[in-house]
Design a protein around this ligand. Structure first.
Ligand SMILES: Cc1cc2nc3c(=O)[nH]c(=O)nc-3n(C[C@H](O)[C@H](O)[C@H](O)COP(=O)(O)OP(=O)(O)OC[C@H]3O[C@@H](n4cnc5c(N)ncnc54)[C@H](O)[C@@H]3O)c2cc1C
Length: 564
C-alpha cells in the first residue's frame, strides 16, 4: 500500500498521521486509515495490548465497523462462549433472593436471529458481550500485521509543536532514554481520559459530574479469580450479577468463565484494602469463598463530559480524550470507535487531496453533538437506579420482605433499556452538518431504545440483506457509493464523471430489490465512506455542487441547500 501524501506535502514527513494511544479507538483509527491506503504511526507507552479488564459491550454499530474492516468474526469469537448466558441478574446475595433477572439472548441466539433475517433486518452485527481485553487482543494482533501501520510500543508521547504545514511530535522510550522527533501532517490524540494531547491544546471537558447517588465518584474496580464460584454457588448463570442491599451495591461481571475470572465494581461501600474487599466478596456471595486479586483499579463514575473542541489546527482528539461517559449502557468506547470511523475517511480524503478545505472541521461539527447525545443517554438511563428502594426488609421471608423485593424489582426492570439501547447505538444522525445535503423531510424522534431506520441525509444508511449472507454494507466502496434503487433510477454517469475528475473515490451499486426503494424512499442515495447518508433524491442535483458540499468544500458557516 502506498501513501499518496507525497503529492501534497510541502516539507517531508515521516508519516502522514501520528496517533497517540493503542487503545480500542487509536487502533481502530489506524486500521480504518490503512483500509483507505493511508499510513500512520501509533505511539503507545505500553508494551502490548490491554491486559486488565475494562468495558464489556461492543455495540451493534461498533460491530458493523469491525465488519467493514473484516474483523467482525474474529472479534466475535473472542470472549464469552456463544452459549454463555448474557443475562443481568440483581440479587440480595448470590445465594440469596433473586430480585430481578433481565433475560437477554446468548451470542448464539443472536446470531441465529441474524441468520433468519428478512431483507430489511436492521442488525447485521448484533451487540457483542466480551471484555475489551479479549477484543483488543484480536485487534492488536491485526494491527501488528498491518503493513500501513507502524507501531511504536513502549514509547511515551511527550508533546508536539504545530508548524505551517505539519506537526512535530516528541517521543521517548517509556523506560527513559533519548528523545526523538517524528514529523507528520496530522496528530490525533486517542490517549484516553487524561489525554496529554487535549491538555496541551488547552481543551477542557464541559458537562456534568454527578455529585450524588451511588453511581457517582471514584469506584474500586477489581479483577478477581473466584475458584468454583459458578460450580458451587451460582444457581443460574448470568453475565452480570448485581448485589443490591441497603448500604451495599456492587457488580460482578463474568470475564472468563473457563478461568473463574470476574471484574467486580464496588459502588456503595469501601474496598480500599484487600481484607475489606475479601469481606465484601463473602458478603456478595453469601458465604466464605477464596479469591485471588489479579488487578485493582479505580474509575470515576457518573460523568457526562465532552471536550469543548475536538480539533485545533492539525491536531485532533478522539475517544475518551474527547468525552467521558458513565458506564451505564456501555457507550464510552463505542462512541469513540464511531468518532474514529467519522474521522478516518476525512483524514484520508485530506491527505489524498480530494477533500475540501472544511472537511476536517466537520469532524467536530458532527461528532461533538454525538458525544453530548451519548454521554447524556448514559446519565438518563442510569438515573432510575438512584431510586432503587432498598428496604431493610429485602431479605426477610415475610410479606413485608416480599413487598420490598417487588418494589425493588419494578425499578430494576427500567434498566432493561440500558442493555438494549438500539436507538443510541444505530440512531446517531448528523443533523445540521455542513457536509450533509438535507432533503427537508421532518426529523424523526431520537429514541434511546428504538432504532427506526431512516435514509434522511445524515443518518446511518438503513441496512438491507442482498442475499443470505451478503449485507448492503459488504458492497459499499471504500469511498462514496451511489445506490441506484428499484430498477428505474436515473443514470449515475454525470456524478461518476464529476467524481473521477476530482479524484473522489465513488462506487455505484444497483439494487433492484423493491424493499430498497421502499426503505430509502428515493431512487438514488449517496452513501459516505462511514456508511451515513450524504444525500438522497430521485434525480441528481447539480453534481458539482453536491460533491463540493459532501467533501467539505463549502464554507462551514455557509447556507445548506434544502435546510429549512
Ligand atoms: C473499569 C472500567 C469499566 C468500563 N466499562 C465500560 C463499558 O462497559 N462500556 C464502555 O463502552 N466503556 C467502558 N469503560 C470505558 C472504556 O473503557 C473507554 O471508553 C475506552 O477504553 C476508551 O478507549 P480509548 O482508546 O479512547 O482510550 P483508552 O482505552 O484509555 O486508551 C488510551 C491509550 O493511550 C495510551 N496513552 C495515553 N497517554 C499516552 C502517552 N502520553 N504516551 C503513549 N501512550 C499513551 C494508553 O496507554 C492507552 O493504551 C470502562 C472503563 C473502566 C475503567
Amino acid at each position: 500500500m502506498t501513501s499518496k501524501s507525497s503529492q501534497c506535502d510541502v516539507t517531508p514527513v515521516d508519516t502522514p498521521v501520528v496517533i497517540v494511544g493503542a487503545g480500542p479507538v487509536g487502533m481502530f483509527l489506524a486500521l480504518d486509515l490503512a483500509s483507505k491506503g493511508v499510513r500512520s504511526t501509533v505511539i503507545e507507552r505500553n508494551t502490548s495490548h490491554r491486559l486488565y479488564p475494562k468495558g464489556d459491550t461492543h455495540n451493534a454499530r461498533t460491530m458493523e465497523h469491525y465488519r467493514r474492516l473484516g474483523l467482525a468474526d474474529a472479534t466475535r469469537a473472542a470472549g464469552l462462549p456463544p452459549e454463555h448466558s448474557t443475562d443481568v441478574v440483581y440479587l440480595t446475595r448470590l445465594n440469596g433472593y433473586e430480585l430481578k433477572r433481565l433475560r437477554m439472548p446468548t451470542g448464539a441466539e443472536k446470531m441465529a436471529e441474524v441468520a433468519a433475517h428478512s431483507v430489511t433486518s436492521q442488525v447485521p452485527e448484533p451487540l457483542h458481550r466480551s471484555n475489551q481485553v479479549h477484543v483488543e487482543k484480536v485487534v492488536f494482533e491485526h494491527l501488528l500485521r498491518t503493513e500501513a501501520v507502524t507501531c511504536r510500543l513502549s514509547t511515551e508521547f511527550l508533546g508536539f509543536e504545530e508548524t505551517n504545514d505539519g506537526v512535530t511530535v516528541q517521543v521517548r522510550p517509556a523506560e527513559g532514554g533519548p528523545e526523538e522527533t517524528i514529523s507528520c501532517r496530522y496528530l490525533v490524540g486517542c490517549d484516553g481520559g487524561r489525554s496529554l494531547v487535549r491538555r496541551q491544546l488547552g481543551i477542557t471537558y464541559e458537562g456534568e459530574e454527578q455529585e450524588t447517588g451511588f453511581s457517582s465518584g471514584l469506584h474500586p474496580s477489581k479483577y478477581l479469580r473466584i475458584p468454583n464460584l459458578a460450580k458451587n454457588v451460582i444457581r443460574e448463570p448470568a453475565w452480570q450479577y448485581w448485589l443490591v442491599r441497603p448500604g451495599r451495591i456492587a457488580s460482578l461481571i463474568t470475564f472468563d468463565p473457563s478461568e473463574d475470572e470476574f471484574r467486580m465494581t464496588v459502588y456503595a461501600g469501601n474496598a480500599d484494602d484487600d481484607d475489606v474487599l475479601r469481606a465484601i466478596v463473602d458478603d456478595f456471595v453469601g458465604e466464605h469463598v477464596d479469591i485471588e486479586i489479579l488487578d485493582s483499579q479505580g474509575w470515576v463514575n457518573g460523568l457526562a463530559l465532552v471536550a469543548d473542541q475536538y480539533k485545533s489546527g492539525r491536531v485532533l482528539i478522539c475517544g475518551d480524550a474527547a468525552h467521558l461517559s458513565t458506564p451505564i449502557g456501555g457507550f464510552g468506547m463505542n462512541t469513540g470507535i464511531d468518532d474514529a470511523a467519522n474521522l478516518a475517511w476525512k483524514l484520508a480524503a485530506t491527505i489524498q487531496g480530494w477533500a475540501g478545505p472544511h472537511l476536517l472541521d466537520s469532524y467536530e461539527a458532527e461528532r461533538r453533538p454525538a458525544g453530548e447525545r451519548n454521554t447524556q443517554a448514559a446519565i438518563t438511563l442510569g438515573r432510575p437506579l438512584q431510586g432503587i428502594p432498598l428496604s431493610e426488609d429485602l431479605e426477610q421471608d415475610t410479606p413485608a420482605g416480599q413487598k420490598a423485593r417487588e418494589d425493588a424489582a419494578r425499578v430494576l426492570e427500567t434498566q432493561r433499556q440500558s442493555y438494549s439501547s438500539l436507538g443510541v447505538q444505530l440512531g446517531v444522525r448528523y443533523e445540521g452538518s455542513p457536509i450533509i445535503w438535507p432533503d427537508g423531510t421532518p426529523a424523526p424522534d431520537d429514541e434511546y431504545d428504538r432504532y427506526v431506520p431512516t435514509a434522511r441525509p445524515g443518518a446511518r444508511a438503513p441496512h438491507l440483506w442482498l442475499s443470505r449472507t451478503q449485507s448492503l454494507f459488504d458492497v459499499l466502496g471504500p469511498g462514496f457509493t451511489l445506490l441506484r434503487m428499484g430498477g428505474h433510477a436515473p443514470s449515475a454517469a454525470p456524478l461518476v464523471e464529476a467524481a473521477r475528475r476530482r479524484g473522489i473515490p465513488l462506487a455505484v451499486v444497483d439494487i433492484e430489490l423493491p424493499e430498497a426503494r421502499d426503505l430509502y424512499k428515493s431512487d438514488l442515495a449517496l452513501i459516505r465512506p462511514d456508511q451515513h447518508v450524504a444525500w438522497r433524491g430521485d434525480e441528481l442535483p447539480d453534481v458539482g455542487e453536491l460533491l463540493t458540499r459532501v467533501t467539505g468544500g463549502t464554507d462551514i458557516s455557509g447556507p445548506v441547500p434544502g435546510r429549512r
